[in-house]
Design a protein around this ligand. Structure first.
Ligand code: NDP
Length: 286
């Protein structure tokens, strides 16, 4: 039977480390690292994410500041808020919750955030720094996946890692992190021929697709380690359930280790956001 990788537990440990770091900053400078979270509109999933992030920030000893704007906010108003947060010395990290309503230009907002405060790690400067192997602030979800892999497997050198998905927020940065950890990396996407065959070669499989239980045991090499990033809200047996991109019951008997959904990648994403806020605060204060 596979080891179940306990994302909740590893995330709690990381948040406790962040709390120690935040306390050290408070002792030295008399301030708490500040995280500004901006939510535009009423998207229910975004509201849940923001609520969780704000609650976790408090637990980590961070000062979290929430800005809620109406769904019809225009670009100039959001730009002005980002400018204000960039200039605010009490704010060390800025997170604008995505997706934004359609009238707003996400790329423009991401590029407007001061890269030193870009705790999501999406600013082109931070993306470039990651690619050239000089990472500054790294996207939270792939960073959380990497931490779980290293806790489970130790050194990842020489392992064949297959990442399903090539989005800017998960798939691409995940592939870069695995490459820098000396894995041999393959990326599977919607145009890949024979994706199952590619995935069956993986020592490490990271699924970040957004398709409920797409990956079953036929995609898995015996003894592989499987990280399921997917969060798919599904109706099953008349109940609302969160399911991953991996069919857990099918894959678990074949894998060496596997993350559950929920309780795997999700808590790690939030813990890494707290950690990025601490890193950003340290950098700005030193
Ligand atoms: P995107 O929709 O941006 O990207 C999905 C990727 O999957 C694309 O690169 C797409 O390929 C690829 N893909 C789609 N269908 C197939 C297929 N049939 N075979 C192979 N590849 C396919 O999603 P995200 O990266 O933003 O998110 C992925 C999942 O992770 C979602 O379920 C999301 O909810 C979840 N998520 C979870 C987080 C967490 O904290 N746990 C955080 C962020 C996301 P192509 O590029 O060719 O279209």
């Amino acid at each position: 039977m596979a080891q179940i990788i306990d994302g909740k537990q590893i995330a709690s440990e990381l948040v406790a480390e962040v709390a120690n770091g935040a306390q050290a900053i408070f002792s030295e400078y008399g301030i708490r690292p500040g995280l500004a979270v901006v939510l535009v509109g009423e998207d229910p999933a975004s509201q849940v994410y923001v609520r969780n992030k704000v609650a976790r920030a408090k637990e980590a000893g961070l000062n979290s500041i929430e800005h809620r704007l109406p769904a019809d906010t225009d670009q100039a108003t959001l730009n002005a808020l980002v400018d204000e947060l960039n200039a605010d010395e009490a704010v060390h990290g800025i997170l604008v919750q995505l997706p934004l309503p359609p009238q707003l230009n996400e790329e423009e907002i991401i590029a407007r955030i001061n890269p030193d405060k870009d705790v999501d790690g999406f600013h082109p400067l931070n993306v470039g720094a990651l690619v050239v192997g000089n990472a500054r602030l790294v996207p939270c979800t792939p960073q959380g996946c990497l931490i779980m892999l290293q806790k489970t497997l130790g050194d990842l050198s020489g392992k064949h890692a297959v990442v399903i998905g090539r989005s800017n927020i998960v798939g691409k940065p995940m592939s870069m992190l695995l490459l820098h950890a000396n894995c041999t990396v393959s990326i599977v996407h919607s145009r890949t021929r024979n994706p199952e065959e590619v995935c069956r070669q993986a020592d490490i499989l990271v699924a970040a697709v957004g398709r409920t239980e797409m990956v079953d045991a036929g995609w898995i090499k015996e003894g592989a380690t499987v990280i399921d990033v997917g969060i798919n809200v599904t109706e099953r047996d008349g109940k609302r359930k969160l399911l991953g991109d991996v069919n857990f019951a099918d894959v678990e008997p074949v894998a060496n280790a596997i993350t559950p959904v929920p309780g795997g990648v999700g808590p790690m994403t939030i813990a890494c956001l707290m950690n990025n806020t601490l890193i950003a605060a340290r950098n700005q204060l030193s």
